[in-house]
Design a protein around this ligand. Structure first.
Ligand SMILES: Cc1cc2nc3c(=O)[nH]c(=O)nc-3n(C[C@H](O)[C@H](O)[C@H](O)COP(=O)(O)OP(=O)(O)OC[C@H]3O[C@@H](n4cnc5c(N)ncnc54)[C@H](O)[C@@H]3O)c2cc1C
Length: 408
């Protein structure tokens, strides 16, 4: 019998295992799928690296900074700011003048809001620079949309910048996610970079798994029942431990208490295209503020890390909030994007489409800390996972550490 069985090998389960190992505890991690990583995986296809949905690491995530070796991940950063796809077919480059001074002129003249709005962005940055994480997560819950209005931003900048930018992060177009999450993400964007590991997002869980004993990770083990100190898989195999940690997504918890946890989630559809020509050259994300269209954002991933595409080809990621599995999506995307990138879009080749029903747990209410009674369900049963805090790499990692720290 081992000390602890961890059910689920996403970032939360992996971090729990790493912290248990550091404390000299025995552990066995059971993962249902063919490999660890959970929602952070990368497929290889024809020389392209395809992350399971477009995602980024914010380099200032406190848990990631503590747990990951950024140099070994060879992080490749996006330029700060974004391209805004305007309805008339033009594109505005919104820079971050505090970090890239040469974008100041473009930012001041970009047609996304008034000069007053742009000054308010600087005020917001200063306000959040002084605010601690505790203050951010203790403030009263309200939607991001309500927060931005209260802060005095105009409807124009909310529609043309905040809605597509944070819509792409929250995976919903209404800015109904918590203002706590907005402040957290905005603060981290102001302090650090959005980045991807040179060889794909899956390098993050692989680096964590690399700190563990390979014999303590069993893949292809779907747990269907937890009974006291016994865990049973769908193949009928039984494992025993003094403690059991549930580290699956909320909707997959193999216990009757599942419905006590957030079942509502944000979904996303991510379509990858290859193209011999570039729609735009900058290592930036391009945002579509027109919410009556499907495309939320587009990015050329090999402009961030050349390893994402073979030589002579480019890898274009297009994200659409919600699930759009039915036929015709590729044609709609191409039609929409022709407005900005011309007839060359028709030659893009669709490589793969990822429909991800459970991408982020519902974020209308989020937090950054957990009490022992929230981590411990019964004498032997514990829980971690992003759904307990917020939908982020940081939250998943933190929940794994917190649960590992409280085990005997
Ligand atoms: C498209 C997309 C975009 C995102 N964008 C970002 C971003 O830009 N920045 C950011 O910080 N975060 C982002 N996230 C969120 C982030 O990826 C997640 O918050 C985090 O990976 C969740 O980790 P987790 O360990 O809590 O859960 P998961 O990764 O879901 O891990 C749960 C694991 O449990 C396993 N499992 C389930 N049931 C069983 C069972 N019965 N038995 C055994 N194993 C089981 C699963 O196979 C899985 O491996 C994004 C997520 C998606 C999908």
């Amino acid at each position: 019998m081992t000390d602890t069985i961890i059910i689920g090998g996403g970032l939360a389960g992996l971090c729990a295992a790493v912290h248990l190992k550091k404390r000299g505890k025995q552990y066995l991690l059971l993962e249902a799928s063919d490999r660890v990583g959970g929602r952070v995986k990368t497929d290889q296809k024809d020389g392209f690296l395809l992350d399971h949905g477009f995602q980024v690491l914010l380099t200032e995530y406190p848990e990631a900074k503590a747990m990951l070796d950024y140099e070994k991940l060879k992080l490749k950063e996006f330029d700060p700011g974004a391209l805004i796809l305007q309805a008339n077919g033009s594109m505005d480059h919104i820079g971050d003048p505090l970090r890239q001074w040469n974008t100041l002129f473009r930012t001041v003249s970009a047609d996304v809001g008034s000069l007053f709005d742009k000054l308010k962005i600087l005020r917001l940055r200063n306000h959040l620079a002084r605010r601690s994480m505790e203050e951010i997560f203790q403030q009263e819950e309200m939607t991001t949309a309500a927060y931005l209005q209260k802060f005095g931003f105009s409807p124009k900048i909310i529609k043309r910048f905040f809605s597509p930018f944070f819509g792409g992060i929250f995976l919903e177009n209404n800015l109904s996610s918590s203002a706590r999450m907005f402040e957290f993400v905005f603060k981290l964007f102001s302090k650090g970079d959005a980045a991807i590991p040179e060889k794909g997002m899956e390098q993050i869980p692989l680096q964590l798994a690399g700190q563990l004993d390979p014999a303590s990770i069993l893949c292809g083990q779907k747990v269907v029942q937890v009974d006291g100190s016994e865990v049973i898989t769908d193949a009928g195999q039984s494992f025993q431990a003094k403690n059991i940690i549930l580290a699956t997504q909320a909707t997959a918890l193999p216990v009757p208490q599942r419905n006590n946890y957030k079942q509502k989630a944000q979904s996303v559809t991510n379509v990858y295209f290859s193209s011999p020509s570039l729609p735009f050259t900058k290592p930036l994300i391009a945002l579509n503020p027109n919410t009556s269209q499907l495309v939320n954002n587009i990015c050329v991933l090999d402009r961030i890390s050349t390893a994402y595409a073979p030589q002579g080809q480019h890898l274009i990621s297009v994200s659409v909030n919600g699930i759009h599995g039915s036929g015709g999506l590729t044609d709609i995307i191409k039609k929409e994007l022709t407005t900005w990138f011309g007839p060359a879009v028709q030659d893009w080749q669709q490589l793969k489409t990822y429909c991800i029903p459970y991408a982020l747990p519902d974020q209308s209410s989020v937090r950054d800390t957990l009490s022992p009674s929230e981590l411990k369900l019964s004498e032997k049963l514990y829980i971690c996972g992003d759904h307990l805090l917020q939908g982020s790499i940081n939250a998943a990692m933190k929940s794994g550490r917190l649960v590992a720290e409280m085990l005997d």
